[in-house]
Design a protein around this ligand. Sequence first.
Ligand SMILES: [Zn+2]
Length: 204
Amino acid sequence: MSSLRFSYGTMGSGKSTLALQIHHNLAATGSGFLCSMHDRAGAHVSSALGVSAPAVEVNPMVNFVDLAANHLAAHGALDYMVCDEAQFYTDLQIEQLARVVDEMSADVYTFGLLTDFRGKLFPGSARLMELANERIELQVQARCWCNEPATHNARLADGVQIYDGDVVLIDDGQIAEVTYELRCRRHWISGEAGPVVDQLRVAG
Ligand SMILES: [Zn+2]
């Protein structure tokens, strides 16, 4: 039975690294392709560890059923798709991925963040939670500064945590320096940055 899998985790949980590894392994014996959206390297999947591979760049207009059918026509087979940054996909696109699994018997491996900096489910991740055959939480022991397991992504503007704003930020040079940090829920809610960051800020 083919399957729609959703592997989710915080930033730094190795999602892209795992996506690249699965693509590499499956490509050895099967036919399929990588997709991504808003990756740090453009039409690639790139991991924080420095590995990258070419990928189909997804935008909201991409139809995954068409994409899968095109691959099948060009290569004579479609065994799998690996989809990174799936939190950004639309509801319709997640439903298309489910159809690729059900109608074309391909395995679809999706990877993404579960919640945004506001602590809300990303639309694509919510739909995957509803439709996926398997939901897998990635565990790589990411920690908050207090050493509790990190479960939330905090957005910081000039070092201060913020809770409002667009989910996808386009850097137009007009905004404060935006960074992200992993926090436990307690410190994501309180906004406390921890002693090390405070010292650095004083030193800087
Ligand atoms: Zn904490």
